[in-house]
Ligand binder design. Structure first.
Ligand SMILES: Nc1ncnc2c1ncn2[C@@H]1O[C@H](COP(=O)(O)OP(=O)(O)OP(=O)(O)O)[C@@H](O)[C@H]1O
Ligand SMILES: O=C(O)c1ccc[n+]([C@@H]2O[C@H](COP(=O)([O-])O)[C@@H](O)[C@H]2O)c1
Length: 216
């Protein structure tokens, strides 16, 4: 059976309620069977300082994803990929029967031109940009905005995304939530200590048995 899978990459430092809310709202708007949270070993554009250990970030993501269609994955750590274009290439090859859509918050559009091979990335799978309060104008004026605009599909057709050929991009307006990991770290700099004993970052985080087999 073909699964319709949304991929939300992130630092999850820590995971928070907006990640969950936006994933569930996107799943509804796009008719997704699953949303995979790809916990990044290290965003190449973010400083390493202040980044909690991987196991803690996975732990917070698992807690936030509980009892939902969201699956937390450490596949980037297993593959050794930090660039999204490489991760997507690997996933599309490993799961030829499934269909993927890349999910990203509106704030990430501003830096998209600095991502590795971003044109190739956009040609690999469709993209859904999810609204984030306070970042609307940044997304509109981003360096890549005029390039992306040529491939924009109407939100009213969002459920048809599996019929689109990439590049294809849809902007989804979701219920606003201002939560950010930066704000949570400021309120509780030692949040990761709660997950300090979570050393089994690899167990229970793989989206499916099939996935585990493919990773050998
Ligand atoms: N409140 C939010 N509304 C919409 N998108 C969000 C929100 N918070 C995070 N995202 C998106 O979720 C993905 C992962 O985000 P990330 O783990 O970096 O959280 P963050 O809150 O943005 O973290 P930080 O404050 O440390 O930068 C990114 O695509 C980001 O744009
Ligand atoms: O591929 C790149 O060059 C690239 C550059 C910056 C960020 N990303 C990805 O963007 C996603 C969001 O990252 P973050 O840290 O803002 O949560 C995450 O999956 C990162 O790996 C990817």
């Amino acid at each position: 059976m073909t699964r319709r899978i949304g991929l939300l990459g992130g630092s999850f430092n820590p995971a928070h309620r907006a990640h969950r809310a936006m994933s569930l709202a996107a799943a509804d708007a796009l008719g997704l069977d699953e949303v995979w949270w790809l916990v990044s070993p290290g965003n190449p554009l973010k400083p390493k300082a202040g980044m909690a250990p991987y196991a803690a970030r996975i732990g917070s993501a698992r807690e936030m994803a509980r009892r939902s269609v969201i699956k937390v994955s450490d596949i980037e750590r297993r593959l050794g990929t930090v660039y999204t274009v490489d991760t997507l290439g690997a996933l599309v090859r490993r799961y030829p029967r499934d269909r993927f859509i890349w999910l990203m918050g509106e704030d990430t559009v501003a830096q998209f031109h600095q991502w590795k091979s971003w044109r190739r990335l956009a040609a690999t799978v469709p993209i859904a940009v999810l609204s984030r309060p306070g970042y609307e104008s940044q997304a509109r004026t981003a360096r890549v905005a005029s390039w992306l605009r040529r491939f924009v599909r109407p939100g009213s057709q969002a459920r048809d995304w599996t019929r689109w050929s990439a590049p294809a991009i849809v902007f989804l307006r979701l219920p606003p939530d201002r939560t950010s990991a930066t704000q949570l770290r400021a309120a509780d700099p030692f949040w990761h200590e709660r997950f300090a004993r979570n050393t089994d970052a690899g167990s229970g985080v793989i989206p499916s048995a099939d996935h585990r087999r493919n990773l050998g």
